[in-house]
Design a protein around this ligand. Structure first.
Ligand SMILES: Cc1ncc(COP(=O)(O)O)c(C=O)c1O
Length: 393
């Protein structure tokens, strides 16, 4: 740019591409435009998720670094990163379904996913059959010629129900139905593609980012052609993440295996202490021997059952609410997978519109409390939980 007016040079500062050395970490490419020497090269870039970068809604090097890392994490062939977990769920469902198609889904789903399926049914003519998630025969019975997707969650909220992924993928094997699994609760602890799953969905907002400072999502694909179809829809949907959010998620990913191992160990320790406490009627944690799917958890989650647990207080709704407000170190908040421990009383917050019967149908008691265990010392967490249990008794 020498020889140009300073005004022109201000618009075109030198772009430094390192030569002779490499950045150790993933660089943050916040810019959304890339330029080319030839129109044909630009034309090729429009074709798919693995082509050259040209406009960041279709691809960006920082976002792609996250996508490659998640492809490795889940053992897939490619990944679509999105602006939120719901962005990933939308991109997959809306990218693969058309009106008249049929979806089989487990009833205990994340509320946003459940609402989206109901919306797709009411406004877009997609048909949905809900199954319990306990018996693959229910899926075989529900299959139709128009069934396109079987939608499951590895560990469901807040009951910590564990789905037998190999048995469910076996139930649709050879039918052409794609199995989608939300693996948000147990990244790395379970790798659903190894169990025959076609698409793994994550809210990276939770354990993958892990530090409560970014919203994001991802869909990891076993098959490249399915990835291409969903990517084409996602660029129309505009569900692309901001590069900075992806950069934060990449940074979080580095410590995710250590965090999740620690959080799982603390959750098991606290689940055992809660199970022995006189104010607690029942603890839901897949790592406990009396959990209804403990045997499935031992097969699917051999290295730890994750950092989320729930428990029922004898004192019902009042006790659940009092407990969630009496904690001091633990924070009352809606998310999970954070470095800080979080508590929520579903009956008075996320599920407040449900009456006792509807709560029971969803497997939630009036005194159910959910904990997402963070990285604090378990001794300090127990001291806080114990004092809050006494206040709630
Ligand atoms: C299991 C599960 N899936 C998907 C989502 C949606 O993720 P996001 O809030 O990042 O859109 C959540 C959010 O809580 C979740 O818990």
């Amino acid at each position: 740019m020498t020889g140009h007016h300073p005004q022109t040079r201000a618009v075109h500062p030198p772009v430094i591409v390192p030569e002779g050395s490499r950045p150790l970490g993933v660089p943050l490419y916040q810019g959304h435009l890339f330029s080319f020497d030839a129109s044909d090269e630009l034309a090729t870039a429009f074709e798919g998720p693995d082509e050259a970068f040209f406009y960041a809604r279709m691809g960006n090097p920082t976002v792609r670094a996250l996508e490659h890392a998640l492809t490795e994490l889940e053992g897939g062939s490619g990944t679509l990163a999105t602006a939120s977990g719901m962005g990933a769920v939308n991109a997959v469902l809306m990218g693969l379904l058309r009106s008249g198609d049929h979806v089989i889904a487990q009833a205990a789903l994340y509320g946003g996913t459940h609402a989206l399926l109901q919306d797709l049914a009411a406004r877009w003519g997609v048909e949905v059959t809900f199954v319990s998630g306990d018996d693959p025969a229910e899926v075989r019975d529900a299959l139709r010629d128009t069934t396109r997707i079987l939608y499951l969650e590895t560990v469901a909220n807040p009951t910590t129900h564990v789905t037998d992924l190999p048995a469910f993928t076996e139930a649709v094997r050879g039918t052409g139905v794609l199995t989608v699994v939300d693996n948000t609760f147990v990244p790395l602890l379970c790798r659903p593609i190894e169990h025959g799953v076609d698409i793994v969905v994550h809210s990276t907002t939770k354990y993958l980012g892990g530090h409560g400072d970014t919203i994001g999502g991802a869909a990891v694909f076993a098959d490249k052609a399915v990835h291409q179809r969903v990517w084409e829809h996602a660029v129309e949907l505009g569900s692309t993440p901001d590069p900075f959010a992806s950069w934060l998620t990449v940074r979080g990913l580095a410590t995710m295996p250590l965090r999740v191992a620690r959080q799982s160990a603390s959750a098991l320790d606290l689940a055992r202490r809660l199970a022995a406490h006189p104010s607690v009627a029942r603890v839901h944690y897949p790592g406990l021997e009396d959990h209804p799917q403990h045997d499935i958890a031992r097969r699917l989650l051999p290295d730890g059952a994750g950092g989320v647990l729930a428990f029922e207080l004898h004192g019902g709704r009042d006790a659940g609410r009092t407990f969630s407000e009496a904690v001091e170190l633990v924070s009352l908040g809606p998310s999970l997978g954070d470095i800080a421990t979080l508590v929520m009383h579903p009956a008075s917050t996320s599920h407040r519109q449900l009456d006792a019967a509807s709560l029971a149908a969803a497997g939630i008691g009036e005194g159910t409390v959910r904990l997402s265990i963070g990285l604090e010392h378990p001794g300090d967490l127990w001291a806080d939980i114990d004092q809050a249990l006494r206040k709630a008794a």
